[in-house]
Design a protein around this ligand. Structure first.
Ligand code: AMP
Length: 120
């Protein structure tokens, strides 16, 4: 897999506002926040897209949600609520090809993301 900007954040060759790190994962604030609180939780293992998650990665992907919930609790927005999502490929809006959980919080978030009428 080709190197991405997130590989450089993992190896600390470029800076990031890191909130949490362990042997499997890293969480850091998004450089272009889309909500009052917006951070990313990524695996240290480079996996390009959701489609590339293999059976042996199932626990690792669950770990990303565990980190999201831990930080939501520590940062004080767990009870108010938040969104934790992964974008996949072009239609999903993915721009960095190293899977990452977006964690967005701090205001009521719109849903659904696609609002064009499907039927006339
Ligand atoms: P996605 O479009 O789902 O692939 O999300 C990629 C996210 O990475 C975007 O929200 C970007 O703002 C964010 N991003 C890109 N480069 C950096 C960086 N150097 N530090 C923090 N966040 C970044």
């Amino acid at each position: 897999m080709s190197e991405t900007i997130f590989s450089k954040i993992i190896d600390k060759s470029i800076p990031a506002d890191i909130l949490y790190e362990d042997e499997l994962s890293l969480a850091f604030r998004d450089i272009n926040p889309q909500a009052p609180i917006h951070f990313l939780v990524i695996p240290k293992k480079a996996i390009a897209t959701i489609n590339d998650i293999e059976e042996q990665d199932k626990t690792l992907v669950g770990h990303l949600y565990w980190v999201a919930a831990k930080l939501a609790s520590e940062l004080g927005f767990a009870e108010q609520g938040y969104r934790a999502v992964m974008n996949c490929n072009e239609d999903g809006g993915q721009t960095v090809y190293h899977i990452h959980l977006h964690v967005l919080a701090g205001k009521p978030l719109g849903w659904p993301p696609y609002q064009e009428k499907l039927k006339r």
